[in-house]
Design a protein around this ligand. Structure first.
Ligand SMILES: [Zn+2]
Length: 66
């Protein structure tokens, strides 16, 4: 279920919103980026030398659901 909302660095964002670095999450860091639709996802500054995998955690304009 998680894999449907992840993208790699260098890919364009399909949705505007808040993205979190999956690798950082695994290592206990919370690295998030606010992205606009169509923007190219960056490399993660905390994961040097790797393509970062970004997970969409919240879409812009969509109220957070509980
Ligand atoms: Zn990272």
């Amino acid at each position: 279920m998680n894999s449907s909302k992840t993208w790699k660095s260098g890919e364009p964002c399909r949705f505007a919103g808040t993205y979190r670095c999956v690798q950082c999450r695994l290592e206990g860091r919370e690295t998030i980026r606010e992205m606009t639709q169509g923007a190219i996802l960056p490399l993660c500054e905390f994961c040097p030398g790797k393509d970062a995998t970004w997970r969409l955690v919240r879409e812009a304009g969509v109220a957070a659901r509980k």
